[in-house]
Unconditional design. Structure first.
Length: 339
């Protein structure tokens, strides 16, 4: 409640929708520090004057990527000193990857053959968003199918009927009805098996705040293709963990898929590098640093736990910093962004 929050030294808001509550807490108790987590599309539209006044009361805003940070600076006119980039991490409760091959039940459910080459996207299909890039993948299949007759494309995730109808019309237009499958919602318990059913994970989005699906796909040792114009750049460590392409260019999408099909093993992600940046212990260490910084004025220090480090990870590995090289195309992401 607002009254309880006003008695606290620090309040962390996990979403922008909680900002009005934080603002009221700050009005009652100016000494209470506010930290806001900024994810993606919810902070991209231009805020009203009132909402901008509210967000300016935050002592710190943690942006999940440099793209999200730049959007906050450019669209909401926030001071860079108020912002810190802290990437998302892998869910520590993800099912352990096991190289057991493709799940027979899923092959049967979707009508796939064992020698089919499966592309996969994991996202919510919404008529209100439309930035995930699956349209470009569908369009690319029209040409790719000529040389790759066993190629399939599986879009995994919940959809609304309006978007489903639009995508099905798009599929019909490019004559790839036998190549594209919309699975609809799947339970979390089936996520690992779906990743292991795929040969390549692809999602050439252009407004992704970060893209947890990318690091999950790499956790399951799937090569990844992503767009180079949004938070996907952080998730792929500027191209060190996967292939970055112009998401607006269908030819680039096709070329990247073709290149990966020739030698998929060459593009497998570096598991050690993935863990060094996106494992839960690293994320936990970053949060300790954030909390220690927030409490430094009143002498409270957040101590580390005695929990063991997960295999292949380290708490001492520095996170992706705000100064990590930003690709040239990054400046095109936000209108008016200067070099």
């Amino acid at each position: 409640s607002v009254s309880y929050g006003a008695t606290c030294r620090l309040v962390v808001m996990s979403h922008i929708h909680l900002l009005p509550i934080g603002y009221l807490i700050k009005l009652i108790s100016p000494k209470t520090k506010l930290i806001l987590l900024a994810h993606g599309i919810e902070v991209f539209p231009q805020f009203s004057k009132l909402k901008r006044r509210m967000i300016q009361q935050c002592n710190q805003i943690l942006a999940v990527s440099r793209f999200t940070k730049h959007c906050l600076v450019e669209k909401q006119k926030l001071c860079e000193d108020q912002l810190k980039v802290m990437n998302n991490c892998l869910d520590p409760f993800l099912k352990e990857p096991l190289e057991t091959g493709k799940n027979n039940d899923l092959l049967k459910r979707y009508g796939f053959k064992r020698d089919d080459v499966v592309l996969m996207s994991l996202c919510r299909m919404s008529c209100d968003e439309g930035y995930k890039g699956y349209d470009k993948v569908i369009e690319s299949l029209h040409e790719l199918k000529k040389n790759h007759p066993r190629l399939k494309y599986m879009i995994v995730g919940k959809y609304d009927e309006k978007e489903k109808n639009r995508v099905e019309q798009f599929i019909d237009y490019f004559d790839v009805q036998d190549k594209v499958l919309l699975t609809g919602f799947i339970p979390d318990s089936e996520l690992a098996d779906h990743f292991q059913l795929a040969d390549i994970f692809i999602m050439p989005s252009d407004q992704e705040g970060f893209g947890i699906a990318f690091i999950e796909a790499m956790y399951y040792n799937r090569p990844v293709i992503a767009g180079n114009k949004d938070g996907s750049v952080d998730a792929l460590l500027n191209g060190k963990l996967g292939v970055l392409i112009n998401p607006d260019n269908v030819k680039e999408v096709s070329k990247a898929i073709q290149k990966m099909l020739l030698n998929t093993k060459q593009f497998l992600p570096d598991a050690k590098l993935l863990n060094e940046y996106f494992s839960y212990p690293v994320y936990r260490a970053q949060w300790r640093a954030v909390l220690n910084n927030a409490f430094e004025n009143d002498g409270k220090v957040v101590r580390g736990s005695d929990e063991p480090i997960l295999p292949g990870t380290t708490n001492s590995q520095p996170p992706l910093s705000d100064n990590y090289p930003i690709p040239t195309l990054q400046k095109e992401l936000v209108p008016g962004l200067k070099e």
